[in-house]
Ligand binder design. Structure first.
Ligand SMILES: [Zn+2]
Length: 408
């Protein structure tokens, strides 16, 4: 009997996990009325439009005369506002004290911190690039059950080079260092078996200012990449310096999780390889702008990293928005948008938040506000093509048709 109950409960958990039932079961019908809607970053906006969401997806979209508001819908007045697809932050961490024991901790502080760090900035999907999975995976379950309002979390497991414990992480923190290709392959298998969605390799590790960077042997990195790719999982890298970028290229890593501050712009040869291999880039520009290095050095770091983003994007490479929040406590995304705007148009920045990650991570029903797509939607107070910092002025964040943030 107990065995049966257990199996039944397990079956329901599995079913809920597979179908995402928890995230959508309580989603009511919403009607976003009167806003300017960008279906995608490259489309002309629809003015005075109506978007209806039901059962977690976009059910209708069109002009006020075309779309009928269902009688049971919660109407959200979007007059003067702009509606875009839900944002991705492709570089976050759930490592702060508040996430400890996230499986059993009270929901209220989790919800509050989630709001400060992510949902009030419009994020409906995030990539966690390194945390304690015994916190992050239960947190994800509680979010997906509807208990804690939050984004869809994808989590990556980290591997460091031997002797590559970074200076900015507490020395007592247990990190996996791979000394051989076999170890890297084994560690990757272990992470994927534990339920993680990808990998992050420290192809370069910061040991402190004035000390040499510890780079990962590309053959060791490649062993991890091969295991992850065989399982259909993406691999991120923290490159740290140009040798780390070379290791990304040689090992077949998919995504650079940072630009490389303090290094020159990517070489023409590197840009050719990025293009050939379909490598993506997460800028994290405000992270470097906020380093405690004094204004002159910070300005120089920003100038070089902005140039890297520009060269990368002009070369046709996919830029994926990401800020490293959770490691940094600088949650406000305004500065990141301002810095990105030195290299990219507002529409390119919107693409880095929506269509680029959806395409790159093969989320076929995300990234656009389109009939049949997931109802992941952000309502902004203003049009980002008029002022890019409007991307940070979020009135509502809606995930799978559920309001997970509403501006007070
Ligand atoms: Zn990070």
């Amino acid at each position: 009997m107990i065995g049966n109950l257990f199996r039944t409960a397990l079956f329901h958990c599995l079913l809920a996990a597979v179908a995402g039932i928890g995230a959508t079961a309580s989603a009511q019908t919403l009607a976003l009325v009167g806003g300017k809607v960008y279906v995608s970053p490259d489309a002309a906006p629809l003015d005075d439009a109506i978007v209806v969401t039901a059962n977690g997806v976009v059910a209708e979209i069109g002009s006020r005369s075309e779309v009928k508001i269902p009688s049971d819908a919660r109407v959200i007045d979007c007059t003067g506002k702009t509606v875009v697809a839900g944002f991705w932050n492709s570089h976050v961490h759930f490592t702060q004290e508040v996430w400890k024991n996230a499986g059993s901790a009270p929901a209220a502080p989790l919800q509050e911190h989630m709001r400060e760090m992510l949902t009030r900035w419009g994020f409906t999907t995030v990539w966690d690039l390194g945390s304690d999975r015994s916190d992050t995976l239960p947190l994800r379950r509680r979010i997906n059950s509807g208990e804690v309002p939050g984004p869809d979390i994808h989590a990556a497991g980290s591997i460091f080079p031997r002797g590559g414990h970074p200076a900015y992480l507490p020395p007592e923190m247990q990190l996996l260092e791979a000394a051989t290709s076999d170890e890297a392959a084994q560690m990757t298998r272990g992470y994927l078996r534990a339920g993680l969605d990808g990998m992050k390799l420290f192809t370069g590790s910061f040991k402190g200012s004035g000390k040499p960077v510890v780079n990962m042997d590309p053959a060791i990195a490649k062993a991890a990449v091969d295991v992850a790719h065989a399982a259909g999982k993406p691999v991120f890298a923290h490159p740290q310096n140009m040798a780390g970028v070379e290791a990304v290229i040689a090992a077949g890593v998919d995504i650079m999780a940072h630009t490389v501050a303090g290094e020159p712009v990517y070489s023409p040869e590197q840009l050719v390889r990025f293009k050939q291999q379909g490598i993506a880039l997460v800028p994290t520009l405000s992270l470097f702008a906020k380093l405690p290095v004094g204004p002159d050095i910070a300005r120089r770091l920003v100038a070089t990293t902005v140039n890297q983003v520009k060269a990368f994007s002009d070369n046709g490479g996919p830029v994926l928005f990401g800020t490293d929040v959770g490691f940094t406590t600088y949650y406000d995304t305004t500065l990141e948008y301002e810095l990105m705007h030195r290299a990219l148009s507002a529409r390119q920045i919107l693409a880095s938040l929506t269509t680029n990650p959806a395409q790159y991570f093969k989320a076929a029903k995300k990234g656009r506000v389109e009939k049949g797509f997931d109802a992941d939607v952000v309502v902004l107070d203003g049009d980002p093509t008029a002022d890019v910092t409007n991307l940070a002025k979020v009135a509502y964040t809606i995930r799978a048709g559920k309001v997970i943030y509403q501006k007070p």
